[in-house]
Design a protein around this ligand. Structure first.
Ligand SMILES: [Zn+2]
Length: 338
């Protein structure tokens, strides 16, 4: 498909201007409060070491066990599809701890190239939303690529790979941090102070404009401040509205797609009250980070996403995108609770 004409037909791309709301409108104390809130969450929800190791081991077993049959795991189902979630795409840096939430550019290319070879079809997120609205299906084995937060390396390292493979993607921006030279408060990598800024800095406004004008890229919102909004639907709605004002003013984008910050439903980062608030702002989706397939007959406010890690290759991603990974995990969870 020609993604350029699809994007032009579906999004308004005119009327750029250069005004900006950024971190300067977040008082420093508010910024620190957000950092503290996020750190508290990370501390309180980190599983104990052994529990985390068991979980990781089980995940590896499921993914590796299914690898040999990954070629057969394409489902042929045209009413469901998988959404991949990436964050950072940056090379490893010698002498520094491995960046968190990162896939190296080489591995990113291997993963996506391999998925194409396995018969998966990349589609833009807005096309999936449109198909849902029209009650239509997608090609079988469709998948969507998304990035959270708005790292500069999405522009510098991920975009060339997407161009090479002609794969569309959505980047969800935490709009308060565009043009800032400090790490995102949600960035838990310990080496941001020493590493090349490309590995951690947010996009500049100019880079975001370049991405917005690119035929393969759609910009979505990830709230303005990427705060922890659990139990605070009104503050969440206001923050999302500020982000939408930014998207309209800077990129002339109205009703963008949206993904929840943190996004874990069982921890309350995507909840019915927050989804109700998101709907009030007329965003077109509210994606969670639940590892499950998205169904076109289900509302895009409830679609989940699969995390793509450095440890994934195309075959393990195929296991995730075929729905088998979540099916096996659900089955094991049910057995464990018997
Ligand atoms: Zn995020």
């Amino acid at each position: 498909m020609n993604w350029s004409s699809f994007k032009q037909a579906n999004l308004s791309l005119t009327g750029l201007n250069s005004s900006k709301i950024g971190l300067e409108r977040l008082a420093l104390s508010r910024y620190e409060e957000i950092c503290d809130r996020i750190n508290d969450f990370v501390d309180s929800h980190h599983d104990s070491g052994w529990k985390r190791r068991i979980k990781k081991g089980l995940d590896k077993c499921i993914l590796r066990g299914c690898k040999p049959i990954s070629r057969m795991l394409t489902s042929g189902d045209t009413s469901s599809f998988g959404i991949l979630m990436y964050h950072r795409v940056t090379p490893r840096l010698p002498d520094l701890a491995e960046p968190t939430w990162n896939v190296t550019p080489e591995q990113f290319e291997e993963q996506l190239k391999g998925l194409l070879e396995l018969g998966f079809t990349p589609v833009p997120l807005s096309l999936a939303v449109q198909k849902h609205q029209l009650g239509l299906d997608l090609p079988s084995n469709s998948f969507v690529v998304t990035f959270d937060d708005g790292y500069a390396n999405n522009y510098l390292h991920a975009l060339p790979v997407l161009e090479k493979l002609d794969i569309p993607a959505t980047i969800f921006l935490a709009t308060a941090y565009i043009d800032e030279q400090v790490p995102f408060p949600s960035d838990d990598w310990s080496c941001t102070g020493e590493a090349d800024p490309v590995a951690w800095r947010p996009l500049t406004l100019e880079e975001a404009h370049q991405l917005n004008q690119h035929s393969l890229i759609e910009l979505g919102t990830h709230t303005h401040t990427h705060d922890d909004f659990r139990g605070r639907p009104q503050e969440f709605q206001r923050d999302l509205e500020i982000s939408l004002e930014f998207m309209k003013r800077e990129f002339d984008i109205v009703h963008p797609t949206f993904a929840f910050p943190f996004g874990v439903r069982r921890f309350g980062f995507s909840s019915d009250e927050l989804i109700r608030a998101a709907k009030q702002t007329h965003v077109r989706s509210s994606l969670s980070t639940e590892n499950q397939l998205a169904h076109l007959r289900q509302s895009p406010y409830y679609w989940g996403r699969f995390t793509a890690n450095q440890a994934d290759d195309a075959q393990t991603l195929a296991v995730k995108l075929s729905g088998w990974y979540s099916r096996i995990k659900d089955g094991m969870r049910r057995l464990a609770h018997r």
